[in-house]
Design a protein around this ligand. Sequence first.
Ligand SMILES: Nc1ncnc2c1ncn2[C@@H]1O[C@H](COP(=O)(O)OP(=O)(O)OP(=O)(O)O)[C@@H](O)[C@H]1O
Ligand SMILES: [Mg+2]
Length: 602
Amino acid sequence: MRGARRGSGNSTNLENVDWSSLRQLIPFMTEFKGRIGLAVLCLVGAKLASVGLPFILKRIVDQLNGEGIVGAGVDSNTLVIVPIALLLAYGLVRFSNVLFGELRDTLFGRVTERAMRRVGHKVFQHLHSLDLAYHLNRRTGGVSRDIERGVHGISFLMRFMIFNIVPTFVEIGMIMILLFWNYSAWYALIVLLSVVTYVGFSIIATEWRTETIRQMNSAESNSSTRSVDSLLNFETVKYFNNEAFEADRYDENLADWEAARRKNRLTLFGLNGGQSLIIAMAATASMVLAAYHVSQGIMTIGDFVLINALMMQIFLPLNFLGFVYREMKGSMANIDAMFSLLKVESSVQDVSDAPAIKVEQGAIEFNSVGFSYQSERSILSDVSFTVLPKQKVAIVGGSGSGKSTIMKLLFRFYDVRSGRILIDGQDISQVSQQSLRQVISVVPQDTVLFNASILQNIQYGNVSASDDEVWEAIRMAYLDDFIAQLPDGAETQVGERGLKLSGGEKQRVAIARAILKQPKIMVFDEATSSLDSRAEQRILQAMEGVRGDYTSVVIAHRLSTIVDSDLILVLEQGQIAEQGTHGELLALGGLYASAWKLQNAD
Ligand SMILES: Nc1ncnc2c1ncn2[C@@H]1O[C@H](COP(=O)(O)OP(=O)(O)OP(=O)(O)O)[C@@H](O)[C@H]1O
Ligand SMILES: [Mg+2]
């Protein structure tokens, strides 16, 4: 397989975070440049207001205290007027601080949401472009969880990286400069020391907690995988009376989860406790210093209040830092896991500028085709046959002999290892997959339906078909009688994967939607195996009526359904053992003849 095949699960691998995921996000954010600019302006406004606030507070305290700025005289008029103006200004600045913050979030929210949408859409689109092998190997649910987590990671990262971490450090820098200018360098030093200690401690403690968090996450996903798997197998659990066994196994997972949570809580206590201690020490030190300066007459009470307020302002956002740091790294890892989905390449790819296939006749030719899923085990070797336009070819053979594989190769779910497959003389590996799949309809061996109504499932075959066409397909698939019996008719919901329909009903829905596609080539993989003989005969007759319209490939176990084929291929262990018409093969007296005898013994 080409490309990187990692990704699902393991998303909270906090080590080895690829910081380039941040860069990958940039193209998704450029859609709203104006908005981003405005949001940054609001951010600056909010920060200016919040840094300005303590200074207004200081002036108010000083005015009320009857002091001016140290050394300046006080004029009796300002005593009355200025406090009121200052109080109003205080209210105004406080309000604008909050208002700018809200405006910023409102403006930027749209940028974030648009980026989330674009990324989610792109990943989804990409997943559908990947080959079948990828989808068979992925863990159900794992990939969609990756997308979900990644998209939420984007939201978190944008919110906190752009509007929390960076501005907080800018603000701290501003405050330090102000303290340095207006007061003693000691205050700036205390801030610097405490911030450095705080950040250093947070990073080290967070790294130390990483393993615990990883354990907790994996315990969480283990228990959810276990419960989902168990509930999906509900029937099997009942068939084997294993409810207690299941519950015990689930409880083992829950116990792990409980233990991991406990450990997590204790380490969190360590982190938060340490952070609080650093903050308390820094606050105390600066207060002691400020109190000393006031007592010495170097500073006013207002200055004391100002310094206290500034300290609070620094430590409040810092308090979030440990949390934000951890979450940010987690988000980054999640985004990375999601972007690594985009790096997975399909192993079945169009050649560059692949033309659309042109199919008039629907002739199929397999030219000594060899194939294996894994290189160690060959599945098909030297398979050659020719189907003339509008003919019906049947493939029979034992279970695991490679019948469905032939169908998958024709549909180009996989590329052949050797040989060529031609449709109307065109090599299918040289035309676009989209156009190839347009001309082939498949009724697969195991039909899976969407959790929607019967009608919607059938319309899926051709979303632009008219109602008449849909009902014609329903009649041909012998579904009309069944639908007439249903209280909700064609609007009946089929349940998850179509499990509320019987096996035969599901097959008929699959046949109807394949007919609706109006293909040039129709492939039936055991398409009527679950039907009773009468229903089968009716469908075969209906199909016979339009037989002249397409070439059909029929895979069947019940030989009675394929006696009229123009060509019958007998497959054994990936090789064509016999081929010919029913009469020819009977005359040959080989595998086919003995299978025919066996099936018609009664
Ligand atoms: N995705 C896969 N990866 C690996 N091996 C596979 C894969 N799909 C099928 N096989 C193997 O390839 C062989 C042929 O499978 P195939 O589905 O073509 O058999 P079949 O003739 O359709 O059998 P049946 O009559 O039971 O449907 C089987 O042995 C199967 O185990
Ligand atoms: Mg099969």
